[in-house]
Design a protein around this ligand. Structure first.
Ligand code: PMP
Ligand code: GLN
Length: 389
């Protein structure tokens, strides 16, 4: 064999995901895992039972490439019921293997070498990897602690001749920031003015707190015709391992994503598609239950972090709170997170790896609160040892 490296050069920076590293550390040390974002309880019983029923009913072969008709219809109804967005279930909805596949397929379908993708940082790690896979270039606009808003001028300046796509994630992982109407209007106006495509990652759309409501960018003037909206059942119904996601938008954009998606996995997860078709039709109280438990867990964790002297801005959405750990005498979040399990038995995620320039997030650390209250309380007690000695 030649000396040529096996992994293509553009993927070299993405060899190992921080989530895999930190979850492995949690297993190896037996620490409480507040790193990777997955709940430690099952989703609503009705949803789990619907999957069991689908398995027993023999829904175990390939679903249609676009996804089962029932689920596409349920997604279309969901968009209408919650946001007044009209999408045709046949031409404007594509079911995917989680939001991950929808995002990667969309980026591969729309972007190539020479194209720029504008994204807010810190960003979910998959975005940078997918942009690199496409051979395109990432251009970042920084969300600044502690509120994690952005500078409108900086955002407008980031969009230029080469911008092919603006990728927005709200509610935002890892900061928990939910973009408000004014922020969405700034984003929409700039995208319409520059006539660029938009990809929105709304996987935490239903996980917002204190009455804050998620604003889908596709609902703003001039946006529906240029926006692909991605979501997933994993977070809404606490079934992250099921990987049932979807993308909706104008038929020509969805057709482009479908063209790529069919060569990634073609299709899959048949019984789970049936279960999520059922889940999306359940009364709103089911998801309200998930949301209010999560809000309580958020408060427990935020109180615990504030109790050790950290400046905590309570996130309005997602599974996560991101804090600056510098007041604990920390100068590097990666070192802090690598040693935290040994020191006090808790795993967290360093946020610097979600920045173009790690310097910008050197001491930011993300903690997940999608865990049972007793687990969060125990983690908070353990974190106290950082200051109590
Ligand atoms: N986007 C964001 C912001 C996420 O946090 C996640 C969670 N892993 C995903 C996309 C991927 O979702 P899925 O598990 O449905 O692929
Ligand atoms: N979305 C999850 C998180 O941010 C993890 C997903 C993954 O492991 N890729 O923690």
């Amino acid at each position: 064999m030649s000396d040529r490296p096996l992994l293509v050069e553009r993927m070299e920076p993405f060899r190992s995901s921080i989530f895999a590293e930190m979850s492995a550390l949690a297993v190896a040390t037996g620490a409480i895992n507040l790193g990777q974002g997955f709940p430690d309880t099952d989703g609503p019983t009705q949803v789990v039972e619907a999957a069991v029923a689908a398995l027993r009913a023999g829904h175990n072969q390939y679903p249609p490439g676009a996804g089962i008709p029932d689920l596409r219809a349920a997604v279309a109804r969901h968009q209408r019921r919650h946001y007044g967005i009209e999408v045709d279930p046949d031409t404007s909805v594509q079911i995917t293997m989680g939001a991950s596949e929808a995002l990667v397929a969309a980026i591969l379908a729309l972007c190539g070498p020479g194209d720029e993708v504008v994204v807010f940082e810190p960003y979910f790690d998959l975005y940078a990897a997918a942009v690199a896979l496409a051979g395109a270039t990432l251009r970042t606009v920084t969300l600044r602690a502690p509120e994690y808003g952005f500078d409108p001028d900086e955002f407008r300046a980031a969009i230029g001749e080469r911008t092919r796509l603006v990728l927005v994630n709200s509610p935002h992982n890892p900061t928990g920031h939910v973009f408000g109407s004014e922020e969405c209007a700034v984003i929409a106006d700039a995208c319409v003015d520059a006539d660029v495509l938009v990809l929105t990652d709304e996987v935490y759309e239903h996980l917002t707190f204190d009455g804050v409501r998620h604003v889908p960018l596709a609902t703003l003037p001039g946006m529906a015709e240029r926006t692909l909206t991605v979501s997933s059942a994993g977070k809404t119904f606490s079934v992250t391992g099921w990987k049932v996601g979807w993308v909706s938008g104008p038929p020509e954009l969805v057709a482009a994503v479908r063209a790529v998606k069919q060569h990634l996995t073609y299709s899959g997860g048949t019984p789970f598609q049936f279960a999520i078709a059922h889940a999306l039709e359940l009364p709103d109280e089911v998801v309200a239950g998930v949301r209010s438990s999560l809000q309580h867990q958020r408060d427990l964790l935020c109180d615990g972090l504030a109790a050790i002297g950290l400046d905590v801005v309570r996130p309005s959405g997602t599974y996560f709170v991101t804090v600056d750990v510098a007041p604990l005498g920390v100068s590097d979040g990666v070192d802090f997170c690598r040693t935290l399990p040994e020191r006090v038995g808790v795993v967290a995620v360093p946020v610097q790896v979600f920045f173009g320039d790690p310097e910008d997030g050197r001491t930011l650390v993300r903690f997940a609160f999608c865990k049972r209250p007793e687990v969060i309380s125990e983690a908070a007690d353990r974190l106290r040892r950082l200051v109590d000695g």
